[in-house]
Design a binder for this molecule. Structure first.
Ligand SMILES: [Zn+2]
Length: 247
């Protein structure tokens, strides 16, 4: 990857998920020169307790909040799929949309929700994470959806996947230097903050709790999956390990 810009695709269910889940990491990586692209699957049109706000107006406001937050983080682009909030399913349509975007942007790294988090009751978080994982498979092999190659989207295989909101973090990013960037970006989501008046303390405390595990003041934790070319796992023409040979 050295020499080339590292491109990172964030696949989130709602406006605000990226900032809350990995805003410190995203801001840090943007400062390091990585190119960040967001995909937001739903329009967030059910995320309010304010009965004077129509779902249509809420969706407009949240899209604008997401654009501002992404700009604050240093992201290059935000793509809105605008599915109805709360109704996301890891269906073939969503998998296809995400696979097309993976092939279009060719990210080396993908971030998304951990769809296997225990007791995750929000259906959109489960669906977005699962569809993103499924889409990686659709995007990487040429015999999946061959029409994509015909329309100019050849296969692409990312090398790393980071799952946020995980029960099983095995990778920690020190966000001590970018915690303030995360707080500033979360602050852009004004429609959401009224429901969480102590949000600054909570965001800071989450980062401190993860930091205690990571040995830093503030951190974000992920389950990281590194994809290796099949040749590395099963070398071609390799002899089987000696123990497994039949005598
Ligand atoms: Zn969410």
């Amino acid at each position: 990857m050295e020499g080339d810009t590292v491109r990172v695709l964030f696949i989130a269910a709602h406006p605000d998920d990226v900032e809350l889940s990995c805003g410190g990491t995203a801001a840090k990586w943007a400062k390091a020169g990585r190119e960040l692209i967001y995909v937001v699957c739903t329009n967030g049109d059910k995320g309010t307790h304010d009965r004077s706000l129509s779902p249509f107006r809420l969706a407009e406001l949240r899209e604008e909040e997401q654009r501002q937050a992404a700009a604050r983080i240093g992201a290059k682009e935000v793509i809105f799929l605008r599915h109805p909030d709360g109704e996301l399913e890891a269906c073939s349509n969503l998998r296809m949309e995400l696979a097309m975007l993976i092939r279009r942007f060719c990210p080396q790294i993908i971030f998304t929700h951990d769809p296997w988090r225990r007791y995750q009751i929000h259906p959109d978080h489960r669906a977005a994470g699962l569809a993103a994982c499924d889409a990686i498979v659709l995007a990487r092999d040429h015999l999946f959806v061959p029409v994509l190659e015909i329309v100019g989207l050849p296969p692409h295989a990312p090398s790393e996947l980071y799952l946020w909101g995980t029960d099983d973090p095995d990778y920690f990013e020190d966000i001590t230097e970018t915690l303030q960037d995360k707080l500033d970006a979360v602050a852009c989501h004004q429609t959401q903050l009224a429901q969480m008046p102590d949000w600054q303390d909570r965001v800071r405390q989450w980062a401190a709790d993860v930091g205690a595990k990571a040995g830093t003041a503030y951190a974000e934790g992920f389950h990281r999956i590194i994809f290796r070319p099949a040749e590395h796992v099963f070398p071609r023409n390799a002899e089987p390990p000696a123990d497994n040979r039949k005598s």
